[in-house]
Design a protein around this ligand. Sequence first.
Ligand code: SF4
Ligand code: SF4
Length: 397
Amino acid sequence: MTATAATVTTVDLGLYPELQRYGATDVSACFSCGTCTASCPLSQTDSTFPRRIIRYAQVGMKDALLTSKELWSCYQCGECAETCPTQADPSEFMAAARRYAIASYDRTRIARTMYTRPLLGTAFAVLVAMFFALFMYSAHGPQSGESLAIFAFIPEELIHNTGVAVMILVTLAGLSGVASMARGMARREGVGWRSLFGSRPALARSARAAWFAIARESLAQERFRTECEADAAPVAWYRRRWLLHAMTVWGFLGLFGATLLDYGFALVGLKATGTPVPLWYPIRLLGTVSGVLLVYGVTSLIVQRYQAANRSVKRSTTADWMLLGLLWVTGVTGFVLELALYLPSAPACGYWVFLVHVAVAMELMLLAPFMKLAHAIYRPVALFFVALAQSSAEGDA
Ligand code: SF4
Ligand code: SF4
């Protein structure tokens, strides 16, 4: 333990072996040459990115690694992996460190199990899906053969109430992890309530940082699109990595929004859930367009990963496949269901597709804070601190 008047740095010699359990590459030979920094498209304002994260692992600076906003600045483009003279693969190392961070913020240890024990994690995921399916099926009603009466088969109240319970659990787990991460980063960056909200300039700076993190980086994928892909091998526009990722994000958010709107309309008595509507009905249209985006994006990402088609997907973990698999099953079963709803007579399999769709969608939501999907909440928080630091540096300059 090293102590100074201002800070105490705890050295954890088990950090690097622990990171290796999360898939960290062998970075023992990294000698901080800086080649990765020179090749990284996002390192313009930071002469130690990304090698500083590797250094933390080498010397056991666990707290520094877990409170590092830079860890989440990397979009895993793989450029640095190609130029590293020691084959340390900083790109994959950073991905493993993010998995480790997600597991460290999670107090239930579910994320740790999912990442470090793939067989047990997969069995757990299967059991969760089976639990939801059996739970829903335990309240099942008749299967009408004339048209697909899905809410006569599984009562909509049961689905809604289970969905609300799942959302409460997910929100609590997500907030707990985000609070833990934000507390650590705020302490490290010297950010407090007053510097965030204490004056009009502070408020304006915080609002700009939030805009950067949420709108420009997370939703519009600005640097991912313009900088990370700038040096990538040329591919057709419909196969570009940022576009497939954006389609997946927007498709997922659109479907989530359509589900919430459908629920909200039923709550205020505008439209009962399950009422037949034409394809152009706004919520149905939103769901259909979002479903197309999601299925196309996820299917393409699966194919690229399977083919190891580019430098960013050279390695895949069980966690990568699990997230893509759950998204794909949710999207495809949703489409099959929609098709079946418009058929004049209901195919019997439509009811089972519905059951699988509901069970997997519930599972996807419930496990979100413990899987790779958790980066959707952690990355914007870290990027908020990145933007704050950048605006302070510009102000100081
Ligand atoms: S990861 Fe590779 S390129 Fe980066 S500093 Fe270490 S040895 Fe150099
Ligand atoms: S993977 Fe890409 S964004 Fe991440 S550190 Fe390497 S070069 Fe930079």
